[in-house]
Design a protein around this ligand. Structure first.
Ligand code: RB5
Length: 149
């Protein structure tokens, strides 16, 4: 499994904890920045990570900002990206099982590191259930097609 990770300055510390955690599990990751606490713009990072996932270079993306909201909104502008903001483990497995989410977003200013790492593990260890959920995802793709002319 290959994971693309990214953050803005508001998510730097949590992203680094996630990288340490995934490294300790020998999960292959690539860090697309930002790398310092200097202020930067979260759409720039969300775009790069989203593109890497949609190009299938990576199985999943993990994006962190202060709230997790900005990176989620930005990544979801890329057709085919289903970025899910999860601050609890129920949402983390439900969004894989039902929405086939391909990016997890987290807010460093919202959740503690321990819970965030549990959310990451839950997300990565859950599987899409297909069937009726695929039909609903196909309808999301139809909306994307309608508005991305
Ligand atoms: C940066 O201050 C903050 O706005 C950003 O990390 C994020 O929370 C945006 O949604």
């Amino acid at each position: 499994m290959k994971i693309a990770v990214g953050c803005d300055h508001g998510g730097l510390n949590l992203k680094n904890e996630i990288i340490k955690h995934l490294n300790s599990k020998n999960i292959e990751i690539k860090d697309f920045g930002t790398y310092t606490s200097e202020s930067c713009d979260y759409p720039d990072i969300a775009k790069v990570v989203g593109e890497k996932v949609i190009e299938k270079e990576f199985d999943f993306g993990i994006l962190v900002c202060g709230t997790g909201i900005g990176v989620s909104i930005a990544a979801n502008k890329i057709p085919g990206i289903r970025a899910a903001l999860c601050h609890d483990t129920f949402s983390a497995h439900a969004t894989r099982e039902h929405n086939n989410a391909n990016i997890l977003t987290l807010g460093e200013r919202v959740v503690g590191t321990g819970l965030a790492l549990d959310i990451v593990d839950t997300f990565l260890n859950s599987t899409f259930q297909g069937e009726r959920h695929q039909r609903r995802i196909d309808k999301i793709a139809d909306i994307e097609k309608k508005y991305n002319k």
